[in-house]
Design a protein around this ligand. Sequence first.
Ligand code: DX5
Ligand code: ZN
Length: 224
Amino acid sequence: MKKAKISASMMCSNLIDLKSTISIFESENIEHLHIDVMDGDFVPNFGLGSDYIRGLRELTKIPLDLHLMIKSPEYKYRWLGIKNSDMVSIHYESTSQIQRALDWLSEYGCKRFLAINPATPIYVLEEVLDYIDGINLLMVNPGFAGQRIVPSTIKKAKRLRQFLTERGKDNIEIEVDGNITYENARILRNIGANIFVAGTSSIFNGDICDYETHIREFRKCLDL
Ligand code: DX5
Ligand code: ZN
């Protein structure tokens, strides 16, 4: 089973404590910073943009996990300063040319993840498995923190794992994003997810003085 990694959801952090938040994450070896880039069109919310990404890179070396919740992402990659150490998730539902969008992403040398919303069936992945390093399985309808998991997504995670195994694609990583509580993390880890977006349901549930304890609690749920 792949090593479990935490991707801390930065839309849940507050800007005032950003520097101290980052130093806690660095001392706790958080593997990724999850950046929800939202355009107010693909999702009904505006989110962290290119200035925020640029600023964060000056603050820390923690690899970024860019979750692009934007329409036609393939025409906007160059706005984001994508690095080869990044993971970049684009949504299946955000472009009519998903194979080309994934193909164009390869020039950045980043890890390519395909994100699918709760109602998007797994079979859409069939023809693009050779173009992705991972799948970002949305457990909520994306755009806001603090939501409740869509119940059907747990079974969907199980079917996704099976779908990949049947096609000899166990190398493809599964990221789970949205309402990843300690309980949901444990269940999804057992199913075979290995990257966990940690937001208000775990790390950011409380003040900065609680972050360290919450991270260690979260790690315990992930270590089988
Ligand atoms: C959902 C966002 C996530 C996440 C935040 O659109 O992509 O970052 O939901 O964490 P929670 O759901 O725990 O507040
Ligand atoms: Zn996200």
